[in-house]
Design a protein. Structure first.
Length: 492
């Protein structure tokens, strides 16, 4: 038996699959080298000197929004449930329009490197520090879940232990982003987004060719099983898939994720002008929906395929259904495309945004003022490495958890994201002057949101987890509003 055959027998991957992955990783490092060399200051490292083309900004935003959570987390929803997840996108699209005309102009007005600088200009330094701290908590835990999802998928496909997969992603991410900065993230993000489309299209095409009856056969079987339901009309408050709740959660969740989270907004701040940034986020509506719908439909097609082939074993953990299918069914080439899509989605991590927020919002004003730009650039790269290691630890701890990974990420994000969104809306929609009161409002609201989630999960409150971000937003906004007249009391 030759080496190639032995390797394929051991891992299930052919040399062609490794070749596709190797070429993609090589392209990633080449892009990082040519785009990241010559950086002299943090403006270039974090904003790319605001010279990003609209199409690059759009595709990079999509790559970051989609992540490995969509690649491996959405197919299980289509497999186990239906297409009602698409209702969320109605609210998400509406949120992008609101961000374009309310959030982006304010960030460009103050020439922000991070969006939490807006909070300093609008309220004061304490609100900025609190906003950045909440971002760290929100992004680290949500991204840890995302990294775990990707590592689980790759470990299944390649036959590696989870620890080795986490180490693989961590090392590549630190080297790639640590050297290339935001420009490397942006241009490789565009490359990643294209891979998502190609890999998803290849898997869907393979499934349709191997389902009895093709498209019509898949449609009939999926319809009979209730898998094609898109809208869930009702008035309950517990089910997150009820239309009005899904739309409401889409509005609040996407405003928080895109408008108050440095990871995604950082991409929009690399555009030269406010108008170009607005065009970019509007364009993401038409670029993100197709790939989200594609991977949801892949889950539906997987349900039909396994229904028609009952002799084929399913994975014990349904979260890995796409990975399992990739290993045991897909042919060489397509298998490599799926693996590459998952790997690329995982490497586009939040390390650049975490580093930018730490250096701009915490280190520069609080720890080391008026240092040379070379110093801040060095600290930025060191912080990329530190955050990369921290994410790996969080992802490892997630391995002991359970439940749908996509919903888990939403739940974690909701506890603190509402506080961020509430304080940003207070600054954008009112003229209230409050600073330390905002800090109190954000912490109280996070505790309230966490308590709501706990009661919901334990079945002690007749309310769905999707409400926690709404509760956190409204609570922070209201408390900040009412504490504004008392602000002098906080400064005594």
């Amino acid at each position: 038996m030759n080496e190639a055959a032995a390797l394929q027998r051991f891992t299930g991957l052919a040399p062609l699959d490794y070749g596709i992955l190797g070429a993609a990783v090589l392209a990633l490092f080449l892009i990082a080298y040519f785009k990241g060399r010559g950086e002299k200051d943090t403006k270039d490292y974090f904003l790319g000197n605001r010279r990003t083309p609209v199409w690059i900004g759009t595709l990079s935003f999509v790559a970051t929004e989609i992540s490995a959570m969509t690649i491996v987390g959405i197919p299980p929803i289509g497999f186990s449930e239906n297409l009602q997840y698409l209702q969320f996108f109605i609210g998400s699209a509406s949120a992008r329009v609101l961000i374009a005309f309310f959030f982006i102009p304010a960030f460009y007005k103050f020439n922000c490197t991070t969006i939490y600088e807006f909070l300093k200009h609008r309220f004061g330094a304490e609100t900025q520090y609190a906003g950045s701290a909440f971002f760290f908590v929100t992004r680290l835990f949500a991204s840890g879940v995302r990294l775990y999802a990707a590592s689980l998928a790759v470990s299944v496909i390649m036959g590696w232990q989870l620890g080795y997969t986490l180490a693989f992603f961590t090392v590549i991410s630190i080297v790639f982003i640590g050297f290339g900065g935001i420009k490397a993230v942006l241009w490789t993000g565009a490359f990643e987004a294209l891979i998502f489309y190609v890999a998803g299209g290849a898997v869907a095409g393979y499934l349709l060719l191997h389902i009895d009856g093709g498209f019509s056969g898949a449609w009939q079987l999926a319809s009979e099983a209730g898998k094609l339901s898109v809208f869930n009309i009702g008035w309950g408050v517990k089910d997150p898939n009820v239309l009005w709740i899904a739309v409401l959660n889409g509005v609040f969740g996407s405003m928080a994720a895109f408008g108050t989270d440095q990871e995604l907004m950082q991409r929009l701040l690399t555009l030269e002008t406010r108008r170009e940034s607005q065009k970019t986020i509007i364009a993401t509506i038409f670029a993100s929906f197709p790939v989200t719908a594609l991977y949801l439909v892949i889950g539906t097609l997987l349900f039909v395929f396994y229904k028609q082939h009952p002799a084929l074993p399913l994975p014990e953990n349904i979260d890995s259904v796409l990975s399992h299918f990739t290993v045991h069914v897909l042919p060489a080439g397509i298998k490599g495309l799926v693996l590459t899509a998952v790997v690329m989605a995982s490497i586009d991590s939040p390390l650049s945004s975490l580093s930018s927020s730490f250096v701009t919002d915490i280190y520069r004003p609080l720890i080391r003022k008026d240092a040379e730009e070379k110093h801040y650039l060095l600290v930025s790269r060191i912080s990329v490495a530190c955050f990369g290691l921290l994410l790996a630890v969080i992802a490892w701890l997630c391995a002991a958890g359970s439940g749908r990974m996509l919903w888990l990420a939403f739940k974690i994000n909701g506890v603190t994201a509402g506080s961020l969104l509430g304080v940003f809306l207070l600054g954008l929609l009112t003229r209230r002057a409050v600073n330390r009161g905002n800090v109190l409002a954000m912490f109280v609201s996070a505790v309230l949101a966490g308590l709501t989630l706990y009661l919901s999960e334990k079945g002690l409150a007749p309310i769905g987890w999707s409400w926690i971000i709404v509760i956190g937003t409204v609570s922070t906004f209201a408390l900040g509003w009412f504490l504004s007249p008392l602000e002098p009391e906080f400064t005594k």
